[in-house]
Design a binder for this molecule. Structure first.
Ligand code: NAP
Length: 252
């Protein structure tokens, strides 16, 4: 899958899955914009890509802030001239019992996980419509709802991920006339710093692994291969889909 000449933005790319997606897209030939809340960490990923002969740009941006998102898109177009691919990936997952959840907890999660996807998608789509092509990939989660499983202590997170799937379908219909494809990926448990609270609780980890037929968490790169497919022309007839990648968790 060849992305030579393509320009990609990956949010939440200083670490975890976002970093893996950025490295994978760069390896396939894309110029990649590394977006996250720490400029220093973003620059480390850029250095890594450049060492491998790729091209990248680090942009510090809080995806929940409209002005920062618009500035990030402006910097991307200034440096690379266009945007072909957006990977909406930046997210947070705070474990908190529902009865103790504050309004601030709820707002923060929804602001980053859902509003952030809206702000980035809209700012980027305004560029993509000009060239009448583009791909938007929204990272959701198997905690998206409608799967017969409820995930306790992350009610706000689940609500945000369900919103992402609904948004993906609606956006796919609205942007299809502009030749912009919009798909979502719903990972199961993936080895990143986000699952540290699970790792610190061996009982919880054991209980989760018992529900996964493959008996292990996924590696970030395993999700990146799917991102690469959805970003490439190999998936040219796919839009409005949500693809699950979970070691069989939802099939059990
Ligand atoms: P991660 O390692 O915590 O990476 C997420 C990155 O997003 C972090 O660098 C984080 O910075 C950044 N971020 C948070 N708020 C941001 C903001 N307002 N603006 C810009 N960047 C921000 O988590 P991950 O596991 O790679 O998660 C990536 C995506 O996959 C998320 O959408 C997550 O919900 C989804 N997902 C993860 C799993 C899993 O098991 N790991 C499963 C299903 C779905 P800080 O660290 O400073 O917050």
């Amino acid at each position: 899958m060849d992305l030579k000449g393509k320009v990609a933005i990956v949010t939440g790319a200083r670490r975890g899955m976002g970093r893996a997606h950025a490295l994978t897209l760069a390896k396939a030939g894309a110029k990649v914009v590394i977006v996250d809340i720490s400029q220093e960490d973003c620059q480390k990923v850029v250095d890594e890509i450049e060492r491998e002969g790729g091209e990248a740009l680090a942009v510090k941006c809080d995806v929940s802030k409209k002005e920062e998102v618009e500035e990030m898109v402006r910097k991307t177009v200034e440096r690379f001239g266009k945007i072909d691919i957006l990977v909406n990936n930046a997210g947070i997952c705070q474990f908190v019992p529902f009865l103790e959840m504050t309004e601030e907890d709820w707002d923060r999660t929804l602001d980053i996980n859902l509003k952030g996807y809206f702000l980035c998608a809209q700012a980027v789509a305004k560029e993509m419509v000009k060239q009448k092509s583009g791909v938007i990939i929204n990272i959701a989660s198997i905690a998206m709802g409608q799967q017969g499983i409820g995930f306790p202590n992350i009610v706000h997170y689940c609500a945000s991920k369900g919103g992402i799937v609904a948004m993906t379908e609606a956006l796919a219909v609205e942007l299809a006339p502009y030749n912009i494809r919009v798909n979502a990926i719903s990972p199961g448990m993936i080895e990143t710093p986000m699952i540290d609270p699970i790792k610190k609780d061996p009982k919880m980890e054991e209980a989760i692994l018992a529900r996964i037929p493959m008996r292990r968490a996924g590696r970030p790169e395993e999700v990146s291969n799917l991102v690469l497919f959805l970003a490439s022309d190999e998936s040219s007839y796919m839009t409005g889909s949500t693809v699950v990648i979970d070691g069989g968790w939802l099939t059990k």
